[in-house]
Design a protein around this ligand. Structure first.
Ligand code: KG4
Ligand code: ZN
Length: 363
């Protein structure tokens, strides 16, 4: 089927295996999703309360080829119809990344198609082009996930400057840790979100960390404070002979914890928006699926006259459509990887590998 090519559409196959989702997708011109296949391993890791890297790699090996086949068949195309193959090369778990990178290299070698290396975070940024095709850089993006909390200036489609990052834990990591500590399971974010419904978000004190000289985030303090508060609550509950004491239900605990994470994210983002003057804010990453965060961020952006773009929840968490979208802009920019492309577990947004035709861009 060559209809899309006949219409001058450039079809990119995106491949994503940086953590616990094996994903492949086909996207036309960076904005139109033709297929989006995600094989989640959440149930396998839930038993251990978090992602087990060895299990993740083995599952990616099992799923990668069927997932790619399915992405092509759902899009009703063959490999011949593709323009390029984009793959996440980092950051992420090295053994997990290598599965996607190896599959992409194999396909590129077999077909002669260009291989486009994509940074996972630029994928999370690109998910907003899928949400709103009218979006154009420059804008500010808050990426909040299991591994990251970054405020990024998106200067152009492939040019980024990180304004702030977390100095310790990522917010998703804090959600996951607290959910595990109070026996909710994994992944913590959606479980805390559900548990918080109807709860009092001011049930006890939790610190919100700010730095006077930067917009950086820190979530280890609130994580420890929440665990200490939970131990106190457990003691009270034992004295009262209940699961949770009358003074603080599970809903109150979850709502209070969630509110403190949301407050830190919203306050720092507001300060950065006011200081930099950006008129568009974009959210990305698994934690941006959180309803409370979306609601409070919307109130804040409305109050200061900033346009907010938030992807649908399925495009906030890891997926390959966002990698195909970012891959399209990188392809247009001339970025290419050779067949010796390797996984880079600590890859930085400002040091994306591959050659570019752009002048003056950091490589
Ligand atoms: O972006 P993502 O899928 O993977 C990484 O790149 O890390 O993010 C996963 C993280 C997990 O920590 C998960 O608990 C969190 O996103 N998350 C949420 C929600 N959905 C996923 N956190 C808060 N609220 C949610 N609804
Ligand atoms: Zn992610």
């Amino acid at each position: 089927m060559n209809q899309m090519k006949d219409n001058n559409k450039n079809l990119i196959l995106g491949i994503e295996t940086s953590c616990d989702e094996t994903a492949a997708a086909v996207v036309a011109n960076g904005m139109m999703i033709l297929s989006n296949v995600i094989a989640s391993q959440i149930n396998l890791h839930a038993e251990y309360g978090g992602v087990v890297p060895e299990i993740a790699s083995r599952e990616h090996v099992k799923s990668i080829l069927p997932v790619i086949d399915r992405a092509l068949s759902d899009a009703d195309i063959s490999l011949d119809d593709l323009t390029a193959i984009a793959v996440t090369y980092g950051p992420g778990l090295v053994g997990a990344l290598l599965v996607g990178v190896s599959a992409a290299k194999g396909l590129a070698a077999a077909t002669g198609l260009p291989l486009i290396p994509v940074n996972h975070l630029e994928g999370h940024i690109a998910s907003s082009y899928l949400a709103d095709p009218s979006l154009e850089p420059p804008f500010l993006c808050l990426i909040v996930s299991g591994g990251h909390s970054s405020l990024v200036e998106v200067l152009d489609y492939t040019c980024y400057r990180t304004l702030a990052r977390t100095r310790d834990d990522a917010p998703g990591e804090a959600f996951d840790k607290i959910a595990r500590s109070i026996g909710l399971g994994y992944p913590g974010g959606p479980l805390i979100e559900r548990a918080s419904e109807g709860g009092n978000s001011d049930a006890f004190y939790l610190p919100v960390t700010h730095f006077s000289d930067s917009y950086d985030f820190s979530f280890s303090g609130v994580k420890t404070a929440a665990i200490n508060a939970y131990r106190k609550i457990e003691r009270e509950a034992a004295q009262e002979g209940r699961d949770w004491p009358l003074s603080c239900s599970q809903a109150d605990f979850a709502a209070t914890f969630q509110a403190s994470i949301v407050e830190a994210l919203v306050k720092h983002t507001e300060a950065a928006l006011i200081d930099t003057g950006y008129k568009t804010l974009v959210l990305g990453g698994g934690v941006s699926a959180n309803k409370k965060l979306r609601e409070v961020m919307r109130e804040m952006t409305d109050s200061i006259g900033v346009r907010l773009i938030v992807p649908l929840p399925v495009y906030c968490t890891d997926n390959a459509a966002m990698i195909a979208s970012a891959g399209y802009f990188a392809w247009k920019d001339g970025r290419r990887a050779a067949l010796d492309l390797n996984a880079v577990p600590m890859a930085e947004l400002e040091e994306i590998i591959g050659q570019s035709t752009r002048e003056g861009e950091t490589r």
